[in-house]
Ligand binder design. Structure first.
Ligand code: 0RA
Length: 652
């Protein structure tokens, strides 16, 4: 037990018993958030978190994840193993208690775990309750012990099945298809979580094996994630397609004795204009930030401002620099470990613990101050960048105010190009952002004007990844989007926030040609939404229309097709076994090649169209993709587009 700080010998009796598992099956949403794809993956996260806790306690160096051919999943770790001794009060093996009693993960026992994982923190017993089959295998005290379950109930005794000189836990489970909408795991979702975990836990090895996808040599898809550099390496990875201002990220690590809060930060400035702060509490991403992010920003502003003032760098400015000037072109990862985290906000993605703010601010402040003193050249480069940001912000505010003032001056303020719908109820109103005036005209004729509005956008909209902020607010197409949508950027406590209270349409549909240019324009519009109107994506308001690729005709019969397979089937179907010569194939390249009726039928009619919802599963990957697609470096962009050319748009 030498490496266990708390010197508590974790035995079977430390595990507290609480509730039964029926509650979990009755109301799964209450425990794992939802029963959709997200809920399904939450099961994996829940098991993984237990293994990560073993790593944080200093007992686990490797975690293996296996997706089996039938979507059964295995998580294997080399931690201490779930205790298997007799639980005195319950007269059962501790293993059975951990697996079958809610909240019996030991996590609620503060002496045992330095940090508790899991956003919901419900433990493996929930996973067990929601699985038709689960098997736990524990290597501990020289033995291998197993037990199996179904829907949370044991289907065997806790049985010793052999000897082992190792320790660890292997959990294999099959999610209940009577509970989940889908039970098919997504490789990318799981792999990117493992990648993230490898950065957050330097030195921990994580692997994923997908037995569903076997290559030509019969080998299943496999990846290994391991980071020696941790958060600094993560920042370098995120900024792979940006130009850094300094040679290496600035790294901060500290711990507060009193609160037992641990702080780890890596940060680096680059030549771009966007701010990218990713934050985590106990390895869980906090999308809405919280006290740890506030503490970080406070320290950055305070230290840089004091340094600039002391050295008279800001003398020539006739206005004061503000907090946001210090975060332009800043990429940072803020990771804290908090013994009893409190999560707030609608999606519980914001840290609430007030003690964390001071701890982060103090630790980051000290390291930064030291860094600036030690590295005057880098410091000067960063301050110069801050001065440019402040000057640009000044210009941008004026431009933004112009856009917003103009609204008030011109009555309704709606752009002249907008063909609005008659409904004034945002809940059932839709707006189509259409590439080009001509397609805009067709869409205008084809739409249901009751609830569908059309805003044509001229050609390629501004690339916001490269442009200065004030240029963005001066851009005609972007101004039109702000005013048509009814959203505005406001400043609250020095931070820009998007006000979507007056959003005029709850569905915003990007409709572009199904060719390379069209997907480029879609990407430009998405980049704009991602950087300037992200809450619209986060609240499920943004969609992509999918016009068909082909119209297959024979005589009076015709079929629309969206894929190559559909095209082949349609040609065969219409030929009815006869010659295919009389079957006409029309390839649609542009929306303009369809008439108004066809466009309505295939792409706009809610009963028949296919809309793709734009989501941000993984903000880090989305940021990398956008900075790559729209940034300075050409080679990675070309490689990406060549690789993904078939799949018209970027999956975010
Ligand atoms: C309860 C107590 C201890 C560890 C675990 C549960 C545990 C659970 C899982 C789930 C997957 N892998 C796991 N590894 C460990 C503490 C054990 C001790 O103090 O020896």
């Amino acid at each position: 037990m030498a490496d266990n700080e708390n010197k508590t010998n974790y035995g079977a009796d430390n595990i507290q018993a609480l509730e039964g598992l029926e509650a979990v099956r009755k109301r799964p949403g209450m425990y794992i958030g939802s029963t959709d794809l997200k809920g399904l993956h939450h099961l994996v996260v829940e098991v993984l978190d237990n293994s990560i806790d073993e790593h944080l306690a200093g007992h686990c160096s490797k975690i293996e994840l296996i997706i089996h051919a039938d979507n059964t999943l295995t998580v294997k770790d080399d931690g201490r193993g779930i205790p298997t001794g007799m639980h005195q009060k319950l007269q059962k093996s501790a293993l059975e208690v951990v697996m079958t009693v809610l909240h019996a993960g030991g996590k609620f026992d503060k002496d045992t775990y330095k940090v508790s994982g899991g956003l919901h923190g419900v433990g493996v017993s929930c996973v067990n309750a929601l699985s038709t089959y689960l098997r736990a295998e524990v290597h501990r005290d020289g033995q291998i012990v197993e037990q199996t379950y179904s829907q949370g109930k044991p289907t065997s005794e806790v049985t010793a099945i052999g000897k082992s000189d190792k320790t660890g836990t292997i959990i294999t489970f099959k999610p209940d298809d009577g509970i989940f909408e889908t039970t098919e795991f997504k490789y990318d979702t799981l792999a990117s979580r493992l990648k993230e975990l490898s950065f957050l836990n330097a030195g921990l090895e994580l692997t994923i094996l997908d037995e569903r996808h076997v290559d030509e040599d019969g080998k299943p898809r496999f990846e290994r994630f391991f980071s020696e550099g941790g958060l600094s390496e993560m920042v370098t990875y995120i900024d792979a397609n940006r130009t850094p201002l300094t040679e290496k990220p600035i790294y901060v690590k500290g711990r507060d004795e009193e609160s037992n809060v641990e702080v780890e930060v890596a940060m680096q400035y680059n030549t771009s204009f966007s701010e990218n702060v990713f934050s985590f509490v106990n390895n869980i991403s906090t999308k809405e930030g919280g006290t740890h992010v506030s503490g970080f920003k406070r320290a950055v502003t305070r230290v840089f401002k004091a340094y600039g003032d002391e050295n008279n760098f800001f003398k020539k400015l006739n206005f004061t620099v503000s907090g946001e000037d210090f975060s332009e072109g800043l990429t940072a990862v803020v990771s804290v470990k908090v013994p009893e985290p409190q999560f707030k906000g609608q999606t519980k993605g914001e840290l609430g613990n007030s003690e964390v703010l001071g701890v982060v601010s103090r630790n980051v402040g000290e390291t930064l101050k030291f860094y600036l003193e030690e590295n005057p050249q880098e410091a000067k480069r960063i301050i110069d960048k801050v001065i440019i940001a402040a000057t640009a912000r000044h210009a941008a505010r004026k431009a933004r105010e112009m856009v917003q003032r103009k609204n008030v001056l011109t009555g309704s303020g709606l752009p002249g190009k907008l063909s609005d719908c008659s409904s004034r109820n945002p809940f059932d109103s839709e707006i189509f952002l259409v590439e080009g005036d001509s397609a805009g005209g067709t869409a205008k004729q084809g739409r249901d004007r009751g609830f569908q509005a059309i805003l044509p956008l001229r050609g390629k909209i501004l690339n916001v990844e490269k442009a200065m902020e004030h240029k963005i607010y001066e851009n005609e197409e972007i101004k039109n989007m702000f005013t048509a949508l009814g959203v505005s950027i406001e400043e609250k406590e020095g931070e820009k926030v998007l006000n979507i209270e007056k959003l005029r349409y709850h569905k915003i549909v990007i409709m572009c040609d199904a060719d390379v240019d069209g997907s480029h324009i879609t990407t430009l519009i998405l980049t704009f939404f991602f950087r300037f109107m992200r809450p619209l994506i986060e609240n499920d308001h943004v969609y992509i229309a999918t016009p068909p690729l082909y119209l297959i005709k024979k005589g009076n019969n015709s079929v629309y097709c969206w894929t190559e397979d559909e095209r082949k089937d349609a040609v065969k179907g219409l030929a009815k076994g006869g010659s295919t010569d009389s079957v006409k194939i029309q390839r649609y390249k542009g929306l303009g090649e369809m008439n108004a009726d066809q466009l309505w039928e295939t792409t706009m009619d809610p009963d028949t169209r296919i809309l793709k919802k734009v989501t941000i599963d993984d903000a880090m990957e989305a940021d990398r993709v956008f900075s790559m697609l729209m940034g300075d470096e050409v080679p990675p962009r070309r490689a990406f587009i060549e690789e993904n050319a078939k799949y018209a748009n970027v999956d975010v």
